[in-house]
Design a protein around this ligand. Structure first.
Ligand code: KIV
Length: 271
């Protein structure tokens, strides 16, 4: 009798080993079962159920409106599509900033109701007590520094962060604090490549960059951006691997023509 093939699951420890061995970590966002299944089968290391769902799934201008219940729904769908990769779920705006009790309660809901493997939250020193409480509850935490979209109304723009020395120094201090607090990895978003390199070398835990140059220990992209679902969004850091906007539009236009001309369905497509 043949035994079922054992699946080697990616854990936070795997990511740590990858950093130690100099192997790069691949991470992509997903928000539903179907894409999560494809990405997992393709061999991705980490799927992030990002609060970018607020933008790309719900059509909001910012990540602020998405709720914890909505994040749990997206995470439940993703977890059902995954056999192997690590699933990180964003704690949405308002679910952790007010105090550590609320933060740990939100993280527990993600683990219990969605089956997520870990959570991610934005910020440094300001959220350190919440991170410690979540880690103490046995929940792995990924940090997120640099451009933190939940603070967009404080920043005012989505431009590169930490170009000035004072902000770069704070980011470096925050990165070390997040590591000490027990984060297993750190997203560095839209900061100068040199700063990301320095932080990545200083830290023992892996860094995952987006718009942070090639010296982070891994890279993350939003799936809609790298698949070219919205051609109007082409920031410098993005590498677009498909042009789905053009391909999907063309396919649907062909389908409309086929229906209107009565070409579809033909005899082979009928019972
Ligand atoms: O929500 C998200 O997609 C993210 C990535 C941009 C890192 O946080």
């Amino acid at each position: 009798m043949s035994s079922p093939k054992e699946i080697k699951k990616i854990t936070t420890h795997t990511l740590q080993q990858m950093k130690t061995q100099g192997a790069r970590i691949s991470m992509i966002t997903a928000y539903d079962y179907s894409f999560a299944r494809l990405f997992d089968a393709a061999g991705i290391d980490v799927i992030l159920v990002g609060d970018s769902a607020s933008n790309v799934m719900a059509g909001h201008e910012t990540t602020l409106p998405i709720t914890l219940d909505q994040m749990i729904y997206h995470a439940q769908c993703v977890v059902r599509g995954v056999d192997r990769c690590l699933v990180v779920v964003d704690l949405p705006f308002g679910s952790y900033q007010s105090n550590p009790d609320i933060a740990v309660a939100s993280a527990i809901r993600i683990m219990k109701e969605a089956g997520g493997h870990s959570v991610k939250l934005e910020g440094g020193e300001e959220v350190i007590d919440s991170i410690k409480r979540i880690v103490a509850a046995g929940i792995p935490v990924m940090g997120h520094l640099g451009l933190t979209p939940q603070s967009i109304y404080q920043f005012g723009t989505y431009t590169v962060r930490a170009k000035e020395e004072a902000e770069a120094e704070k980011l470096t201090r925050d990165a070390l604090l997040l590591q000490e607090a027990g984060c297993f990895a750190l997203v560095l978003e839209k900061i100068p490549a040199q700063l990301a390199k320095k932080v990545s070398l200083q830290l023992q835990i892996p860094t995952i960059g987006i718009g942070a140059g090639g010296d982070c220990n891994g890279q993350v992209l939003v799936m809609h951006d790298m698949l070219g679902i919205n051609n109007a969004f082409k920031p410098r850091f993005l590498r677009q691997y498909l042009d789905l906007e053009t391909q999907v539009t063309g396919a649907v236009q062909q389908y409309i023509r086929d229906v209107k001309s009565r070409d579809f369905p033909n005899q082979q497509e009928s019972y």
